[in-house]
Design a protein around this ligand. Structure first.
Ligand code: ZN
Ligand code: ZN
Length: 217
């Protein structure tokens, strides 16, 4: 019998879909800056204003009072695979709303990653620096990201994929989102590993649910 295991973050990618790494954080000129996106409602902890206040505090703590005053944080629902963007000249950080489905830690990490770009630019003045060079790494450390990688590695799809079939592990609640319905029996890998020595176990077979509880709509 063929088994189709999926778990954790991979559960958000339709099996068989090519996993392409997101591009490195790009800096764009003001002319390419996306227009303000339509207002979207977020849980209070993820509201742009809440994140902006937190980010301003972080900037003030690393001695960037001017940046702290000017900073704007916005969600941009038109972002595809890029988790976040920093616009040093506009003192603006934009975040991809899909980040929310990866939890508050990813939102926080991405916010700090992008803030580090602003801090690095502010510190060097007019000098040109590499986007993810030593100045940026130092800024990451100052902002509390001790081991930040150059690229965001969220498995965000390149193009918007409509995943309308949702499944859930009856034991741990892990969700699986699929473009097409599952044809074969599929079980939660995490639970099978933990409780069934890695073998397929009917107790952890994914159960169809009406809609995702974690994916943004
Ligand atoms: Zn970056
Ligand atoms: Zn499970």
């Amino acid at each position: 019998m063929q088994l189709d295991f999926s778990f954790l973050r991979r559960a958000l990618i339709p099996p068989g879909a090519p996993v392409t790494p997101p591009p490195p954080c790009r800096k764009k000129t003001a002319a390419q800056t996306p227009k303000k996106s339509k207002a979207q409602s977020f849980p209070p902890e993820f509201e742009a204003g809440t994140l902006e206040t937190k980010a301003r505090q972080l900037l003030a703590e690393v001695g960037c009072a001017v940046l702290a005053q000017k900073l704007q944080v916005r969600w941009n629902s038109r972002m595809r695979s890029t988790a976040g963007m920093a616009y040093p000249t506009r003192v603006l950080v934009t975040l991809n709303p899909r980040l929310i489905s990866f939890g508050p830690e990813e939102v926080d990490r991405t916010l700090r990653h992008e803030l580090a770009h602003l801090v690095a630019h502010a510190r060097v003045g007019r000098r040109r620096i590499a986007a993810h060079g030593p100045e940026w790494r130092q800024a990451c450390i100052d902002l509390g990201l001790l081991d930040e990688r150059r690229c965001h590695d969220l498995p965000l799809p390149k193009r918007s994929i409509r995943r309308s079939h949702f499944y859930q592990c009856p034991a741990c609640g892990t969700e699986l989102a699929r473009v097409r319905p599952l044809k074969r029996k599929s079980a939660c890998l995490a639970c099978c590993k933990k409780h069934a020595r890695g073998k397929y176990d009917e107790r952890f077979r994914f159960v169809k649910i009406a809609r995702s509880k974690t994916e943004p709509v």
